[in-house]
Design a protein around this ligand. Structure first.
Ligand code: 13P
Ligand code: G3H
Ligand code: ZN
Ligand code: ZN
Length: 358
């Protein structure tokens, strides 16, 4: 039995998202969530998943969404981020089935000041639901981790009540991911906020579970966005086991790992840290910085290697009259970045045990 016996290929919504995460938890693997900024990066992620027969998560950040629509657009009211997220979603929906893999289509961190972006996406989900009986996206993240726990939970409850009837999954953050995300600079937050307490995770679970079961929690265990020199980041994925044990006890011992947990700041993590996290019920690991770098590598190497073919439209070491079109065509040099990105996505899947799962 594999994932395709449980859910179909293409973008998953509603209970299919939970079925996929349940299967992952049961089989002790997790799915990487790769941030994309263009059809090129989205296609490379799908290509990797197809090649290794794995489900995949594609996500857009608020800044990535704006980029998807075009940096030349104004974004003062989040209009570019809304349009870009919707465009990315339609693109992924259109091609995902052709790649033959199940896809969770997700939006990343949304802090309080970015809620108009969330509202715009939710309106697009509701409109899509009216026509297709499912939302446009699979899931969205709310990140009120900078606010008080009470306010964080309250805002999540409010949105989750609107998301449940149309079959949207909610990811929320409690405890803070360090580093930077969408202009929210968390590089100076106090150390305790980087490690969420089991009681706080339970409070979130209890509140949201009253509304529906389709939600996940990004509990902090020292996670930081970005890649820093070794030793700078102290990840404690074993703490996630404590959240699961606390939840199990509160639920009367009936459910072994009641929480769906999300690992932020996946880039730069060791294989061992990733393994421990997955063992403790992480079903999704976000990777952005490492895949950004991977996308550059292929393009960078191509440009360095073919430099003498890229300086003029006509004329290269093979002759002054030789045209260089087949070197500067973006389908050639951007493709080189796609190839190295494909390989990095495959590596993330392998680290998470997400290979040959279809
Ligand atoms: O958590 C992330 C996106 O939400 C990705 O973090 P990294 O850029 O550290 O991989
Ligand atoms: O939040 C972390 C992700 O890496 C998103 O980054 P971004 O806001 O630069 O797109
Ligand atoms: Zn955050
Ligand atoms: Zn993150």
């Amino acid at each position: 039995m594999g994932v395709l016996d449980i859910v179909p290929a293409g973008v998953l919504t509603g209970d299919n998202v939970r079925k996929l995460f349940d299967y992952a938890k049961e089989q002790k693997f997790a799915i990487p969530a790769i941030n994309v900024t263009s059809s090129s990066t989205a296609n490379a992620v799908l290509e990797a998943a197809r090649d290794i027969k794995a489900p995949i998560i594609i996500q857009v950040s608020q800044g990535g969404s704006a980029y998807f629509a075009g940096k030349g657009l104004a974004n003062d009211k989040q209009q570019a981020s809304i349009a870009g997220a919707v465009a990315a979603a339609h693109h992924v929906r259109t091609v995902a089935k052709a790649y033959g893999v199940p896809v969770v289509l997700h939006s990343d961190h949304c802090a309080k000041k970015l809620l108009p972006w969330f509202d715009g996406m939710l309106e697009a989900d509701e409109a899509y639901f009216k026509e297709h009986q499912e939302p446009l996206f699979s899931s969205h993240m709310l990140d009120l981790s900078e606010d008080s726990k009470e306010e964080n939970i309250e805002i999540c409850e409010k949105y989750f009540k609107r998301m449940v009837p149309i079959g949207l999954w909610l990811e929320m953050e409690i405890g803070i991911t360090g580093g930077e995300e969408d202009g929210v600079d968390n590089s100076d937050v106090d150390n305790a906020s980087l490690y969420t307490q089991p009681e706080d995770v339970w409070d979130v679970y209890e509140a949201l579970n009253k509304i529906g079961p389709n939600f996940s929690i990004a509990a902090a265990f020292g996670n930081v966005h970005g890649v820093y020199k070794p030793g700078n980041v102290k990840l404690h994925p074993e703490l996630l086991g404590k959240h699961q044990a606390y939840g199990k006890e509160k639920l009367g011992g009936k459910v072994e790992q009641p929480l769906y947990l999300v690992f932020h700041g996946g880039s730069g993590s060791t294989k061992e840290e990733i393994k421990t996290a997955v063992g403790n019920g992480v079903v999704k690991m976000n990777v952005d910085t490492d895949t950004q770098f991977a996308y550059l590598v292929g393009i960078r190497d191509f440009v360095f290697k073919k430099k003498d073919y890229l300086l003029t439209q006509v004329g290269n070491p093979e002759g002054a009259d030789k045209p260089n079109k087949k070197f500067y065509d973006p389908r050639v040099w951007v493709r080189e970045g796609e190839k190295t990105l494909v390989e990095r996505v495959k590596e993330a899947c392998a680290d998470l045990g997400n290979v040959g799962r279809l």
